[in-house]
Design a protein around this ligand. Structure first.
Ligand code: SF4
Length: 153
């Protein structure tokens, strides 16, 4: 898996202070997407074991307390990303007590395959659906367009 950005301290992608990872790879091609540079699976840099460990350490760092981890992109549920995202989330749930997980995906919750559902079992808040330019509304919390749904799982 590749990733395009990692923010060890982030306050705009989910509730509270968070660590946020933007992965690379997205098939949805939404018109008006702000993250087109992340569409290619080869965009950005390789997601390494070192970065995975860094995320775990950042979540547990008490100097700046984090509410949890956010995964966005790109699409964390792109079939090519699912295995590595699942491994990361299992570590977060095992090693980072009390941290929640937020995720943005262009897929719909109702259309996920078996592997994608395994990931979602570890997610606390999922914002699903493609960005629809005609339904864009900057006043919406956590969503770019009105068709997207916030699922508190
Ligand atoms: S799902 Fe997100 S990253 Fe992918 S094209 Fe749509 S808005 Fe862009």
């Amino acid at each position: 898996m590749n990733y395009s950005k990692y923010y060890p301290v982030d306050v705009v992608n989910g509730e509270g202070t968070r660590c946020t990872l933007f992965v690379s790879g997205c098939v949805h091609q939404c018109k008006g997407c702000y993250n087109q540079s992340t569409w290619s699976l080869t965009a950005g840099q390789l997601f390494t074991e070192q970065l995975e460990q860094q995320i775990i350490d950042d979540l547990n760092d008490q100097r700046i307390v984090k509410q949890g981890l956010t995964l966005s992109g790109g699409d964390p549920l792109h079939p090519a990303n699912v295995d590595q995202v699942l491994a990361l989330l299992k570590r977060v749930k095992r090693e980072c007590e009390g941290k929640d997980i937020w995720m943005w995906t262009g897929y719909l919750l109702a259309e996920l395959n078996v592997k994608q559902k395994q990931v979602i079992e570890l997610v606390d808040v999922l914002i699903d659906g493609k960005f629809e330019k005609d339904l864009a509304d900057p006043s919406l919390a956590w969503r770019g367009s009105a068709n997207q749904v916030i699922h508190y799982l």
